[in-house]
Ligand binder design. Structure first.
Ligand code: TRP
Length: 454
């Protein structure tokens, strides 16, 4: 069996080397394995939590899609789509919202951190916090549960969200008594390098210490690498590779042998300037062919659009029937199916024992009903009513009246039922008097049966 691996990429910002080494490259590699069924998507709904800048969102979606494709993602093999193209995701988000414990969301790290910052500065606890941030884990759970993902590769900061997705999936399964959802597990890649940024801290947009992957071309790549902070050892002095961001980045691109040689050169006193040039050349060797594909994709985004739309079709082929099953479990069913559905056996059993009314609407819009015998013969058709309540009230009166409470007459070859001196329902025309008499007897029996049943 294939393992379904699913992950989302929040579409804020422009991909940097840290994203490539830490997420994109391993994900593309994993997607090539035969035992993996990969679902990768652009979490653009999540992006809205952080940014209301439409142009930025648009640009980032495009750049991220192009980056993943340029990095070798094969959209034939992988299901690659935009979250916002899958209408089932926000729908599932609501279903899950309605079973999510508010207390659980209070404890979500991202929300709690925002509250803590407010409290520290003496602000109201929820000042400036949108409900999107609060609901973030539920949206993410919907992303995962809609596709029955087994494994979710994420950074450590996301483990709690996967736990919440499990919790919500489990809760839904429990409430509705069936394994509707696969319970996902976080996949933390231990071997994958976390790249240091220019200042040696983890490379991250929030530290403003990133090296762009494609943006600005090779010129920008080189210039940024030249800004990596080093110690002040001069050329000729031995350098400590293990405490150098430069070496860590080099190693993330180079093979074992190359890395060992580079380490030796640093020990032998290679100057930082030369080391940076060597790093740039090594990174550029990998990045250049990808950058070429990236630029071609960005130049004509219609390919990207087509790929993503095809991805959405593939994704929805899974999510649509899933949501249909959930809607049914929740009681969000078609009204016509629920008429037939509440145990057809019961209705059948009942109709074989008891007479029944059937209401309907005439072509002219008026409301009428028929009375059927226990055997299913039509006995009466009511006069038309403009108010369905009046038709209902009449049924109720007939039910409770018994044969003593109504007037039953034969008029020519038909049976007429009168209430308060007014004909309110009548039978069809019978072919002869004996048949008509039989029908009257049948009607009396039915009306008494109804009264007895009330
Ligand atoms: N929240 C994730 C992040 O910031 C992105 C994301 C959204 C995601 N939905 C997901 C990751 C579903 C995995 C699965 O990294």
């Amino acid at each position: 069996m294939q393992t379904r691996v699913l992950t989302g990429i929040t579409t804020t910002g422009t991909p940097h080397l840290g994203n490539y080494v830490g997420a994109i490259r391993p994900a593309v590699q994993a997607s090539r394995r035969d035992d993996v069924d990969a679902f990768y998507f652009m979490a653009d709904y999540h992006a809205l939590i952080k940014s209301g800048d439409a142009d930025r969102i648009e640009r980032s979606r495009l750049e991220i899609a192009a980056t993943w494709l340029a990095a070798g993602l094969d959209p034939q093999r992988v299901t690659f789509y935009r979250q916002s193209d899958i209408a089932e995701i926000p729908e599932l988000t609501w279903f899950l919202t309605c079973i999510a414990a508010k207390g659980m969301l209070n404890r979500a790290h991202a929300y709690k951190a925002a509250v803590d910052r407010n409290t520290e500065t003496g602000e109201d606890a929820d000042a400036g916090i949108n409900a999107g941030l609060y609901m973030y884990p539920v949206l993410m759970a919907a992303d995962i549960l809609a596709f029955d993902a087994h494994k979710v590769p994420v950074g450590r900061d996301q483990i709690q969200h996967i736990e919440m997705a499990r919790d919500l999936g489990q809760r839904f399964n429990h409430i509705h008594g069936r394994e509707f959802f696969v319970l996902p597990e976080a996949l933390i890649e231990e071997q994958v390098a976390t790249l240091p940024g220019l200042d040696g801290r983890k490379m991250s947009k929030s530290y403003d210490n990133t090296i762009p992957l494609f943006a600005g071309g090779k010129k920008q790549l080189r210039e940024t690498i030249m800004r990596i902070v080093t110690d002040s050892r001069l050329p000729g002095e031995p350098k400590d590779a293990d405490n150098s961001a430069l070496f860590t980045i080099f190693r993330a691109f180079a093979g074992e042998k190359e890395a060992t040689a580079f380490r030796q050169s640093l020990l032998d006193g290679m100057g930082w300037g030369d080391a940076k040039q060597a790093l740039y050349e090594r990174v550029e060797q990998d990045v250049a062919p990808m950058r070429e594909r990236y630029e071609a994709l960005i130049a004509d985004p219609s390919d990207i659009e087509r790929i993503l739309q095809e991805g959405a079709i593939k994704a929805r082929a899974i999510a649509t029937p899933k949501i249909a099953a959930l809607r049914d479990a929740l009681g969000l069913r078609s009204a016509s199916s629920s008429l037939k559905k509440p145990a057809p056996t019961k209705t059948a059993a009942k109709s074989s024992k008891a007479p029944r009314f059937a209401s309907f609407r005439d072509a002219d819009g008026s409301f009428r009903f028929r009375l059927f015998s226990a055997d299913g013969d039509e006995l009466l058709l009511s006069v038309p009513f403009s108010d369905p309540k009046a038709a209902g009230a009449l049924q109720k009166r007939i039910k409770t009246a018994g044969t003593d409470g109504v007037a039953l007459q034969i008029d020519a070859l038909r049976v007429v039922l009168e209430l308060d001196g007014e004909p309110v329902a009548s039978s069809a025309d019978y072919r002869d008097e004996p048949t008509c008499d039989d029908a009257l007897a049948q009607l009396r029996q039915a009306i008494d049966q109804l009264a007895a049943g009330e």
